[in-house]
Write a protein that binds this ligand. Sequence first.
Ligand SMILES: NC(=O)c1ccc[n+]([C@@H]2O[C@H](COP(=O)([O-])OP(=O)(O)OC[C@H]3O[C@@H](n4cnc5c(N)ncnc54)[C@H](O)[C@@H]3O)[C@@H](O)[C@H]2O)c1
Ligand SMILES: [Zn+2]
Ligand SMILES: [Zn+2]
Length: 377
Amino acid sequence: MRALVYKGERQVAVEQVPDARIEAPTDVLVRITATNICGSDLHMYEGRTSVEEGKILGHENLGQVIEVGSAVVRIKVGDWVCLPFNIACGFCRNCERGLTGFCLTVNPGMAGGAYGYAEMGPYNGGQAELLRVPFGDFNCLRLPEDAQERQDDYVMLADIFPTGYHATELARVSPGDSVAIFGAGPVGLMAAYSASLRGAAQILLVDHQRDRLRLAEKIGAVPVDANEGDPVERIMELTGGRGADKGCDCVGWQAHDPSGDEHPDMVINNVVRSVRATGTIGVVGVYVPSDPHSPDELGRQGRVAFDLGTFFQKGLTMGSGQANVKAYNRQLRDLIHAGRAEPSFLVSHHVGLDDAPDAYRHFDHRDEGWTKVVLHP
Ligand SMILES: NC(=O)c1ccc[n+]([C@@H]2O[C@H](COP(=O)([O-])OP(=O)(O)OC[C@H]3O[C@@H](n4cnc5c(N)ncnc54)[C@H](O)[C@@H]3O)[C@@H](O)[C@H]2O)c1
Ligand SMILES: [Zn+2]
Ligand SMILES: [Zn+2]
């Protein structure tokens, strides 16, 4: 089969590789028809992770089942399925509680596994013609009859829609809240969209990418342009000096100023400053336990100069981590099917697998208009 393979810093290539196949009786084999490039892929692409050369990338996958293992009972050949980016067993201590982002079975020694991702187990990704899905009965989200026509919406259920939703869940966004969201990438846009679905009264979305801020406006969020001064001051103005009720970090440790210089503590501390006393914060932007390529010593140790004093003084609460996609994707799927959610609004490019390396380049540059790329192997 053909697949997009990691080759080294800012190098990916489409190569002929051995076909993905059923390896365990509980596996399902999926022919991939839509698979996204994610901001998370860029951490690997930029050489900021330990991902090994030869890994097939891609954790936002949708397609049609072409084979099932002998122990698979629920999923059938021909089903259209979307695959949560977390690979989970469904029966461990964490999975039982719905915390499938922290499965204890699929990636021994760590909590959590995923397709095509650094440190997330031996699993290949779906930026390829075929994908092996372990524990297929558990890890396939079956899609309704409009799956094929609405792939652009349903493929967002693999990661960014549930992840954006997770940010608002961690932040406990409730009807009437004001919410400050940092990062208007796909995840931040989905967090804003989710905040709106949850009844937030005011959604403030911060970025310095103007094309992304325009999309924010389209979904009813108030854009806060970080090129035009301190975004926290602007948030204070817009919330009558009180600060937002809730905050979300949808950027993570590769936060940078408008000139591109990285400051790993920039966004998390801006969220702390933006949220009113006793508020709640959801952190889904990624932070890493070590970053050998970080420009500063603290960063190399995976540490961040966090304003714990302000956090404590304000009595804030914070939740973080990988999204437990399974906890939300069925409900979000039904919102899409019912016509009440259309996460495809952020798709900017449809690309064949051969053009994926070029698409990686554009998305990594945050080139104007490259919001979300869907690959069609
Ligand atoms: N927790 C999870 O389960 C999960 C899942 C998917 C993605 N992620 C992470 O979420 C983050 C965002 O993902 P994405 O796909 O939207 O990525 P992205 O890189 O496309 O978007 C990030 C956005 O943040 C903006 N940004 C950078 N510095 C900023 C700053 N100082 N202030 C405001 N905005 C700033 C960038 O301009 C960009 O638009 C990444 O860290 C990604 O790895 C986490
Ligand atoms: Zn992703
Ligand atoms: Zn598990």
